[in-house]
Design a protein around this ligand. Structure first.
Ligand SMILES: Nc1ncnc2c1ncn2[C@@H]1O[C@H](COP(=O)(O)OP(=O)(O)OP(=O)(O)O)[C@@H](O)[C@H]1O
Ligand SMILES: Cc1ncc(COP(=O)(O)O)c(N)n1
Length: 271
């Protein structure tokens, strides 16, 4: 068996639902060897973000080089990269590689706490997105990237196309978690649209859904799957992870990374 590996470059969540911790759990569930480079250490839990401390640029670089020069990953994702300097470092490291690169453009935590400096948005657009294989914004993030409001499926389609044709990503998935009705995401790969739809579960235990979704996509790309296959696998995985999400903590509980193994069983509400 050939072992495939994936690297996440992101912030931490000591409560284990989002960020690096969620990514590593998702890599493990997809049977891909997981590695991480930490950009910021975040004191957070299911109730929100209490404090953020950024690591220094030389230290982030040392972590990256330690991994890359030893166990070069088969795919890489970025999550929380808060500052322009961090983005410039990562862009410099990834610009001449052919490793598939997934961007989860984490800007604001579900709790409302900003996880990216506002002035960094231009840099993610101009320096990182052109290097990416897939970008996975939620609706508010896609709005900030493309500069128009997204209310309908047609708006989401238009945004995905702008991210590919104008900003330079190979593919984009605009996630429908924040829209009304079914949980419908739109993938645009430069040629075609693919719609990924599931029922909307009436739960607020959705801490870290975006991190987990993009980590599964990264793991599948590491295994050599196509963008479409990887995104479809991500959707299937996150749907079970939300269906069987965990009532842990006092706020928005985490998704369940072994939800896919519980298919057919009732969730915590007995449904
Ligand atoms: N209540 C729900 N029921 C089913 N699927 C959902 C629900 N909420 C979100 N999803 C799905 O979860 C995935 C992540 O979408 P979402 O828009 O929540 O991302 P996000 O806001 O980046 O997540 P987060 O900020 O928590 O990391 C998408 O596939 C979306 O359709
Ligand atoms: C380190 C880190 N990265 C990403 C998120 C987004 O997840 P959510 O929006 O569910 O809080 C987070 N809370 N923390």
């Amino acid at each position: 068996m050939t072992i495939k590996s994936a690297l996440t470059i992101a912030g931490t969540d000591p409560s284990g639902g989002a960020g690096i911790q969620a990514d590593l759990k998702a890599f493990q569930e997809r049977e891909v060897y997981g590695m991480s480079v930490i950009t910021s250490v975040v004191a957070q839990n299911t109730l929100g973000v209490q404090q953020v401390e950024h690591l220094s640029i030389p230290f982030i670089e040392q972590q990256f080089d330690a991994v890359w020069n030893d166990i070069k990953p088969d795919a890489v994702k970025t999550g929380m990269i808060a500052t322009i300097e961090m983005m410039e470092l990562i862009a410099g490291k990834l610009e001449n590689t052919d490793v598939p690169y997934v961007i989860d453009p984490v800007m604001v935590a579900k709790s409302g706490h900003s996880l990216m400096e506002e002035k960094s948005r231009e840099v993610i657009r101009n320096m990182l997105i052109p290097l990416s294989t897939v970008v996975t914004p939620n609706v508010p993030e896609a709005e900030l990237l493309v500069g128009f409001t997204i209310k309908t499926l047609e708006d989401a389609e238009k945004a995905a196309k702008v991210i590919v044709k104008e900003l330079g990503a190979k593919a984009a998935v605009v996630k429908g978690g924040h829209l009304e009705g079914e949980a419908k995401d739109v993938l645009y790969d430069g040629n075609d649209y693919t719609y990924l739809t599931s029922e909307r579960f009436p739960t607020h235990h959705t801490h870290g859904t975006g991190c987990t979704f993009s980590a599964v996509i990264t793991a599948e790309l590491a295994k050599g799957k196509t963008i479409k296959q990887a995104v479809e696998a991500g959707k299937k995985f996150i749907t079970d992870a939300i269906k069987y999400s965990l009532k842990l903590g006092n706020g928005n509980g985490p998704t369940n990374h072994w939800g896919h193994r519980l298919q057919g069983l009732p969730n915590q509400e007995g449904k």
